[in-house]
Write a protein that binds this ligand. Sequence first.
Ligand code: HEC
Ligand code: HEC
Ligand code: HEC
Ligand code: HEC
Length: 152
Amino acid sequence: MSKKSLPFVTTIVIFATLFLAGGIMASENFPEMIEMNCPAYEQHKKGIVEFSHQKHVDDYGATCGDCHHDDEGNPLTELKVGDDVKKCSECHDKPGLKPRGKDAPKLSREEELQYHAEALHDNCRNCHREYNKANETKAAPTTCSKCHPREK
Ligand code: HEC
Ligand code: HEC
Ligand code: HEC
Ligand code: HEC
């Protein structure tokens, strides 16, 4: 190796190391699959949803801001793999679905969204419905048991 090429090679090695380290840290902070087992619930009534986080980004074309937003509900469009995010339940902090039935109080949309499961259903199912309609398919699940496995 010539003396001239040594600094060049060294630079490449340093950059490659930084890049790899960054990549590893990023993937550790970006769960590929998420068991939707929110700790705000004492007990889940339905089967635990297995959510393919990474596939949604890599294969289904969803962007971070489609699901993650700030404390005013504005999409976090600048978010990137490796960044921290808050749990949905930090803001949508009433576990479960809103009360239903004829004695149930009439809630504003904001009050409804306080219920964790309403916010999750709204996010997940609305996109699935729109996607299915636009693509004339049923690929994106919209019925209970397609998301919540039955055995429970
Ligand atoms: C289709 C919806 C969706 C998309 C797209 C999405 N996420 Fe998520 N992400 C979620 C949900 C739901 C959770 C679980 C949140 C919870 O447990 O309350 C989550 C969890 C996370 C977590 C772990 C949080 C924790 O503390 O456990 C990180 C980090 C994260 N997302 C980053 C990102 C980044 C960066 C992007 C874009 C590259 C992204 N997400 C795209 C829905 C999504
Ligand atoms: C930092 C607080 C915070 C976090 C964390 C958060 N949200 Fe929200 N979310 C809000 C606020 C504020 C609104 C706006 C409420 C309103 O319009 O009344 C909102 C609105 C929504 C809406 C309605 C969107 C619309 O277009 O009408 C959905 C659905 C939703 N959130 C789902 C989620 C999901 C899923 C997560 C986790 C991936 C999450 N939120 C995390 C605060 C938060
Ligand atoms: C921005 C749009 C969007 C959002 C938001 C979204 N999804 Fe999806 N999801 C899709 C699309 C598109 C497909 C189907 C892709 C295909 O198979 O053609 C899909 C497929 C799925 C599937 C079946 C295939 C698989 O990978 O397991 C599950 C389960 C699923 N989504 C769960 C969820 C859950 C849970 C949430 C909310 C936390 C969510 N999705 C939010 C777009 C979305
Ligand atoms: C697109 C996927 C999806 C579909 C379809 C869906 N859910 Fe959910 N549901 C979720 C996710 C994700 C959560 C949040 C679970 C968590 O984070 O712990 C949830 C939470 C819940 C909860 C609160 C948690 C529990 O187990 O007690 C109930 C109850 C619930 N769903 C009932 C239903 C019913 C009934 C239907 C059909 C009418 C349905 N869901 C359809 C994804 C889905």
